[in-house]
Design a protein around this ligand. Structure first.
Ligand code: ZN
Length: 170
């Protein structure tokens, strides 16, 4: 993991990923959003978490973008495309990203940060181990976190889990 020194273009795409996370949160889904950007800087596809709304725990945005990329892009285009994402990929999404041969990943907050935030909130541990993208896809160009956006994401995750706790109450 390299601390991100994002340029203006990186920040623009990352802010969009964070806005998609906010959209997920408003819909009752966990706040995760991702944007797939082609080699020429064009936004190719966007997705947000849909786990709650679709009742499918695999509906992570990064997994959806990997699937989109394998259908719509050549191997060379995939290699030259970047995924901007609010949160570092989970192992499932890292694996999908690696299998389809996508290029760099830029994230606002790391998986380790999320694990720490959820622990602080008293959320039960995830059934899947927290790994870095590099643990799953060695050698990939991965940049993050970006502190000012990570703070906003921490507030969103906190809000999601506080609401989930209220909903559980009889
Ligand atoms: Zn995932």
């Amino acid at each position: 993991m390299t601390p991100a020194r994002p340029d203006e273009t990186d920040l623009r795409h990352l802010r969009r990923a964070v806005d998609l996370a906010a959209e997920a949160l408003r819909a009752g889904d966990e706040p995760f959003g991702s944007v797939l950007v082609g080699p020429d800087g064009q936004v190719l596809a966007e997705e947000r978490n849909r786990v709650h709304s679709l009742g499918d725990v695999t509906r992570h945005p990064e997994f959806a973008l990997a699937r989109w990329a394998v259908v719509h892009l050549t191997e060379r285009q995939r290699r030259a495309s970047t995924v901007y994402t609010s949160g570092e990929h989970c192992p499932m999404c890292s694996a999908a990203h690696g299998w389809v041969g996508l290029g760099p990943i830029v994230y606002a907050h790391s998986a380790a940060q999320l694990t720490q935030w959820l622990t602080e909130l008293g959320v039960a541990p995830s059934p899947v181990r927290c790994l870095t993208v590099d643990d799953v896809v060695p050698g990939l160009d991965v940049r993050g976190p970006v502190p000012e956006l990570a703070d906003r994401m921490r507030d969103m995750h906190s809000s999601f889990h506080r609401q989930a706790r209220r909903d559980e109450r009889p």
